[in-house]
Design a protein around this ligand. Sequence first.
Ligand code: HEM
Length: 478
Amino acid sequence: MDAIFSYILLLVLLSLSLSLIFLSHTYKRNYGSPKLPPGKAGWPIVGESVVFALSGPEKFISDRMNKYSPQVFQTSLLGEKMAVFCGASGNKFLFSNETKLLTSWWPQSMKKALLFPSFVENSLKEVTALKRGFLHEILKPEALKHYIPIMDSMAAQHLDSEWAPHGEVKVFPMLKKYTFALACKLFMSIEDPEHVARLAEAFTLVTSGLFSVPIDFPGMAYNRAIKGGRMVREELLGIIRHRRKELSEKKETPFGDLLSRMLLVTDEDGKFMNEMEISNNIIGLLVASYDTTSTAVTFVLNYLAELPHVYSAVFKEQMEIAKSKGTEKLLNWEDIEKMKYSWNVAREALRLTPPAQGAFREAITDFTYAGFTIPKGWKTFWTVHSTHKNPQYFPNPEKFDPSRFEGSGPAPYTFVPFGGGARMCPGKEYARLEVLVFMHNVVKRFKLEKAVANEKIIYHSSPTPVNGVPVRLQPHEK
Ligand code: HEM
């Protein structure tokens, strides 16, 4: 009897659990299971990072937009589940929902390599404090006006010493050197070439490993980036302490540079920033500006060397400005404002070869986009590659055509080399000045001719020309 009872009980329990499983499946299908964006996660840990690296961001994005959805697809990059938002609507959605649905997020490799600088941490408080305090303040056009003559004379000196003695130069490594030297001068008044070179060497290790797969093993990019980050930070802390001492002893110090302003600025409670905070901010600015601006100028010059009709029009505009000034005077704000065609050329170069690929965010709550659920904790990515070469927004997209930027220019949220919304790049204006001042100096002295046609471009954190864009220099007759 007991055996029969047990048997019936077992049957009841079994059928009960089967019904529960069935019910839970039905419930999940109808109500509970979120409809995630289409796409695939790839391999464990590395996800689709390897495919991304091999195919390059542009192909990776366009293949998946065609295969899965032109609005949003899922993937797994840098060890994270990620939704890639596409098209002008995707950009608009991410740019407009900062802090409501999303917060800033940077890959583990970046945080570790830089030893957690504040602007890459997820602490919104620190980021807004940094911005409110002075980031936008020191990078706004009025503050940057004073840098234009310094940029002008540094560009002229650089061309004198590094370009003029040669018949041919590699533009990319030259621009890396120049950009870093300029930042060292404007941010910290460091001019000694040996000191600049030492910092640059450590810094290159950091930037080349910023977006690497986070495997800390000797020889891996991530491991080198961490070592480089440590070296840069030690150097910077030394520089900051020295400057603080000089300031306290009231020695004559370069007050105009960024470092002095950071040492002297106080927050709403009258508190100064500590050494770690200052080094965080300087590292943040160096990281954000180094690869991006050097790549931007390199590709502008690449197109000038490739397209003689574009070069001629830029030359005409720049020579009118140069002639109006005579030989002595350095460039100023009014001159920059006259460089309209040259800036359209630079913008077209930024559209075709954008230095920054996009940026990440983290979902702080579940939300729906285009009918798909993005779960809390997932990372999102907006990217220049879903709009910049989309014929819907830029007809004949491969054609270099600066006139696209005349009149009202491209449709909103389609041309996004600097991002958009609350987090749009605060260094946009600094970059504009640096690009235009360098263009001015180069075309004033040389005509350029490409030494290698159809050079291959590979992607690290920015597009990298494999041969470094070698150009033959033809000095203008005096
Ligand atoms: C052509 C050159 C440059 C390009 C293409 C560029 C592009 C970008 C992009 C796409 C972002 C991310 C925006 C987002 O999160 O949605 C960004 C952020 C940032 N950029 Fe730039 N950038 C350039 C130059 C600079 C320069 C010269 C500086 C500083 C002097 C700078 C400072 C920053 C900072 C601090 C951020 C982080 C802002 C934040 O998280 O709120 N950038 N930039």
